[in-house]
Design a protein around this ligand. Structure first.
Ligand code: ADP
Ligand code: MG
Ligand code: MG
Length: 893
């Protein structure tokens, strides 16, 4: 028997697991039908049919016949024919892809009405007004979404009809008014679309189906898919659903409901209801809705039935569901359900509530939350009880709550912040010239641009609060002011507050409250009875689930005892990256300068000798803070010029001194050194292991400091677990040389202190060559730590500081990548190098310890990748540790 493609499924044939084929809406309509819930009969045209249409430009030959067959079956079931003059069957045509997508065609209701059948409908319903209301809605929706007529033209005509009658709401228009409106609407269609509104019901249906297919490739839908990384070849399903009418009078209506509060997770009656209304009236705000609880008074029977159905759905989906329903003359109909969206806090609470109800287990609970939600809960927030004056709302581009004085240019931002002021940089949009100002500001506010605008991309990269595209704000950078709705003017220096999690903009200083979740991680808050405590309790329990499940260990990037202790409180199981360059700044800079300027071995050794005890003390503190846990210390990495004065500043100083005929010997030498060390491309220059190889004694001084500190801790009965990490290695020879010297120093210290230190020596893998020769490098390394920041830079040939500010916006907008490769690891490129290096390294040395210490270590999607390739740990900034723990747990389920 030849395989016959099946392009149409009756609602009785599908189920919720067929989202790929039937789309989300269709799969759930089928699921509800099969649960025995009251769903108006109908059928779903598959995404496969859509794909054929998109590929060939024509609907598959079999589709028309299949639709006809299903339509006949539907007509038989309903006892009336589509558009039948005396008793019309009406249907809605609804798009429904696997993921709901802005830009897809809106639903068209009341298909099947025509000049003839509108009269039949009136007669059947015994309600002329209703019939004409339904007809005018059809022409309006069909005209707008299928024929592409400007929607405002219909809206304006409706407004005009209301005004002529001196009424304010549509329900006050009578049959005669609506009849006139239908004539008007048809005229609009004729003029604008150049064709008559189709009177043939099947033609209406077919055109609507085709319009849904076509909307898959609309510009807005395409852009959305690129940004959200939704594949372009999924196609959309189309649902044809027999109409039920909420606009049949006061005993009819339409509503939306949640099975529990999407904000808190609490069980109860949440939703809105609107009497005598159809479709989206309830969310469109055309009339005031009533809270769902009032439905109990309006129609007790339907209310009770709805409550019963909500319980059935929760028990069935084992999750919060949202629902669309309609009541037609006392009869309840279910029109849609899906697992509902929720706030981050509610996600945690609902997951634990469902565990307590016995509906889901711990493993499933972990799938119900994610690291992004946890991260959101860890930002400080504006005090919800504070009196605020909101003046605008833009796109929540980078989370956080920032307060500061409004400044309108980068220069002022830098100047004011240097003198200790907190500022918010306000621009129409930002460009690379604003970078310094963005760094100096507490937050960034723009009136233009979306999630991929320069401001948004750069702020996210910096972890700085940003609201962009707040279009009601008129930013006048020339006059250094902005005008807010209502005409008030914010001058330079006026305080404003911006919420990067909600996009809201406020006048004045809104008080900021710390996150209860952070208070909990810091050990300053415990679960109790109030609302915040409930959240903390839920987070606490979910974290315990994650910790039980995860295989990946989580370490912190921390350079000092204070950060290390905080990391421990947040659950760090060690330090994966201690950057020693931070220990060379401040008042030690002079010693470093001396080291760099040293002409003779004696001079150099002297400065190293001075640095040694300081370094050692740093490590003693760090090792005691992390007693019993591994601490990976990276030897000096950055190019030396970073420790020297700025070249321009220094040149000016020297020139001035020379003009006074008083050149300062030391400054001249410094300037020479700066010139000598100046590099076109410092990122690819003298840094990392290369420094250790050309500056005698530098690395050995650091190794000695580590070893002596470890010995001191050991002799004090501590448990130091230091690991020495060599940065920027490209070939095993580099590592071997450094290693040999290090081993010797360690042996000396062991002998002198009578200790056995067992210091592991390993390397960063952050150059493509290191990854490609990982098998050789593992001969000399006891551990690898993937430095995915530099590895991303070197694999892509991107200088991060340059590219994020210059062309990432364009790349994101063109969809070249959906997210910056510095934010989420590029699995195909950088990731495949990591995977290959893991494999080669372990082949050489089966017990090779493997970790990652780039910023990706705290990024949810990347953590899953690192779990999959078999790393032992991820290391990230202390603040990201809970997120990494959670995601590591989720990855292991
Ligand atoms: P969306 O995806 O935008 O929610 P829907 O297809 O769910 O679009 O439809 C829009 C509105 O029309 C919803 O309120 C829905 O409940 C209503 N609706 C859709 N089909 C029917 C129908 N057959 N009878 C009555 N109302 C319907
Ligand atoms: Mg809609
Ligand atoms: Mg809907």
């Amino acid at each position: 028997e030849p395989h016959v493609a099946k392009f149409v499924y009756d609602f009785t044939e599908g189920n919720k697991d067929l989202k790929d084929l039937l789309g989300g809406k269709g799969a759930n309509l089928a699921e509800m039908t099969n649960l025995g819930l009251p769903v108006p009969p109908g059928f779903t045209i598959t995404t496969e049919a859509c794909k054929v249409y998109l590929d060939s430009g024509e609907e598959p030959a079999a589709l028309r016949d299949e639709v006809s067959a299903h339509l006949v079956a539907l007509e038989e079931k309903m006892g009336k024919k589509l558009g039948q003059a005396d008793n019309p069957l009406l249907v809605s045509v609804r798009s429904g892809a696997k993921f709901s997508m802005p830009g897809m065609m809106d639903t068209v209701l009341n298909i099947g009405l025509s000049d003839k059948s509108v009269k039949g409908l009136a007669e059947q319903a015994g309600d002329e007004r209703f019939a004409w209301d339904s007809y005018r809605r059809l022409i309006q929706m069909f005209g707008k979404t299928v024929l592409g007529v400007e929607g405002d033209l219909f809206e304006d005509a409706l407004e005009a009809a209301k005004a002529a009658k001196k009424v304010t709401v549509d329900t006050e228009l009578e049959a005669a008014d609506l009849k006139k409106l239908v004539t008007k609407f048809k005229k609009i269609v004729k003029t604008e679309a150049g064709r008559d509104f189709p009177q043939d019901p099947r033609e209406q249906m077919d055109l609507a189906i085709k319009a849904v297919f076509d909307s898959w490739n609309g510009d807005r839908a395409k852009l959305y898919r690129r940004q959200e990384r939704i594949p372009h070849d999924l196609g959309t399903a189309v649902n044809v659903c027999s109409m039920v009418f909420g606009n049949l009078g006061p005993d009819s209506g339409t509503g939306v409901a949640f099975t529990r509060d999407p904000a808190s997770g609490h069980q109860g009656v949440y939703g809105d209801y609107l009497q005598n209304a159809q479709g989206e009236d309830v969310v469109a705000g055309i009339r005031n809705t009533v809270p769902l609880a009032e439905l109990e008074q309006i129609d007790k029977k339907s209310y009770d039935q709805l409550m019963q159905i909500m319980e059935t759905l929760e028990n069935h989906y084992k999750d919060l569901c949202d629902i669309e329903f309609t009541i037609e003359r006392g009869q309840l109909w279910m029109l849609q359900t899906r697992v509902g969206k929720r706030t981050a806090g509610a996600a945690f609470r609902i997951a634990t509530q469902l565990v307590d109800q016995g509906l889901i287990d711990e493993t499933e609970a972990l799938q119900r939350v994610n690291g992004a939600q946890l991260a959101q809960l860890m930002f400080p927030k504006f005090d919800e009880d504070a009196k605020v004056e909101q003046v605008g709302r833009g796109i929540a581009a980078s989370p956080g709550a920032a307060v500061g004085k409004a400044v309108f240019d980068s220069y002022t931002a830098v100047k004011w912040s240097r003198s200790g002021e907190k500022v918010i940089l306000v621009r129409r949009e930002t460009n690379p010239d604003d970078l310094d100002g963005m760094i100096a500001a507490e937050g960034i506010l723009t009136s233009r641009g979306g999630k991929t605008s320069h401001a948004a991309v750069v702020a996210r990269g910096m972890g700085k609060t940003c609201v962009c595209g707040a279009e009601e704000l008129e930013v006048d950078t020339k006059r250094r002011r902005m005008t807010v709705p209502g005409g008030r003017v914010v001058e330079e220096g006026d305080l404003i507050s911006i919420d990067g999690s909600s996009g809201k903009v406020y006048l004045g200083e809104v008080p900021v409250v710390p996150s209860p979740v952070v208070e909990y991680f810091e050990g300053r808050m415990h679960a109790g009875a109030n609302d915040a405590d409930e959240l903390v309790e839920a987070v606490h329990r979910i974290m315990a689930f994650a910790d039980r499940k995860r295989r990946l260990r989580v370490r912190a990037n921390a350079d000092n005892a204070e950060d290390a202790l905080r990391a421990r409180r947040f659950g760090a199981q060690g330090i994966g990256l201690c950057r020693t360059e931070h220990m060379f700044l401040g008042d030690r800079r002079e010693l470093v300068e001396k080291l760099i300027l040293a002409d003779t071995d004696a001079e150099r050794e002297e400065s190293l000798k001075e640095l040694l005890p300081l370094q050692k003390q740093d490590f003693v503190e760090l090792f005691s803070a992390m007693d019993g846990l591994p601490v990976t210390v990276r030897l000096l990495d950055p190019p030396l010029h970073e420790f020297l004065p700025d070249i321009t500043e220094l040149s000016v100083r020297v020139a001035l001194a020379e003009s006074r005929k008083d050149p300062h010997e030391n400054e001249l030498r410094l300037l020479q050194a700066v010139h000598r060390l100046h590099e076109q491309n410092p990122m690819l220059g003298l840094r990392g292991v290369r420094l250790g190889l050309v500056i005698p004694g530098l690395f050995t001084m650091q190794v000695r400091a580590i070893a002596e500190a470890a010995a001191e801790r050991k002799n004090a009965k501590g448990d130091p677990r230091a690991e020495i990490m060599i940065p920027l290695v490209g070939t095993v020879q580099e590592l071997e040389i450094v290693r040999e010297e290090a081993d010797q120093v360690i042996a000396e210290v062991e002998a002198a202190t009578g200790t056995q230190l067992k210091l592991a020596i390993g390397t960063m893998i952050e150059l493509p060559r290191a990854a490609l020769t990982a098998g050789q490098i593992a001969e000399a390394a006891e551990f690898f730590s993937f430095g995915t920041n530099d590895l991303t830079q070197t694999v892509w040939g991107f200088s991060r500081d340059d590219v994020e500010a210059s062309f990432f916006t364009a790349y994101l907008e063109k969809g070249i990548f959906g997210v910056s490769p510095f934010e989420t690891i590029d699995k195909d490129g950088v990731g495949s190098l990591v995977a290959a290096a893991v494999k080669a390294g372990r082949e050489t040395r089966p017990d090779l310890k493997l970790g990652v210490c780039g910023e990706h270590g705290g990024d949810p999607e990347s953590v899953h990748f690192f779990h999959e390739v078999g790393l032992d740990y991820v290391s990230c900034s202390p603040f990201r540790i809970p997120v990494a723990r959670l995601e590591a747990g989720r990855a292991a389920t």
